[in-house]
Design a protein around this ligand. Sequence first.
Ligand code: ADE
Length: 227
Amino acid sequence: MLAIMGAMDEEIELLLADLREREDVTLPGVTVHRGVLDGVPVLLTRGGIGKVNAAMTTTYLLVHGASRVVFTGVAGGVHPELRVGDIVVSTDLVQHDVDVTPLGYEVGTVPGELPAWPADPELRAAAVRAAQAVEGVQVVEGRVASGDQFIASVPGVTRLRETFGAACAEMEGAAVAQVCAKAGVPFVVIRSVSDTADTGADVDYREFMPRVARHAKQVVRGMLADL
Ligand code: ADE
């Protein structure tokens, strides 16, 4: 079954409103909504903010039958050409706040794990097609950098660009990726840019997040029609 996940209410509420035959499964810390969206059986959930919540929720989704995972939400743009409203489709994902360098590992690498988790090519292609149908926005395929930090400084953005080659910064995607990769379950992360992760990112985020989060509905619905 296809699972659709966001971190915040704004990222899933429009999809939830259209979910038919809805059944709510209450789990410790998370409610998973089971139902039918545009004729497709899905699991839909708001996982909460940050990598721990994302990993926990992804695990629940897998245990409840998810065979593909689409994560949708907002991000800070890191690629210099990204503007508020643009959409990033993940090529692969890294955890920028992992640092085991004193033991000889590359920055971002969890010992024993991949340095970056690649997204599924088929889901990526479907996400790009669906995102391109959203009017007036640029679609960029690139690396998503996740960490338990809201990035709001020029040095912060520069580090993510120069150290990781990141296209955008957010707080969940690579945790979803790590859990899905362990289970061999295909996934993709789709992010609308709410700010450019530099000075003033907090102001832009508050202003634009609710609006750009709505792109999620369009992209996910486009994917449902296509998959
Ligand atoms: N989500 C949206 N904007 C973000 C930022 N600047 N840093 C981390 N997560 C974000």
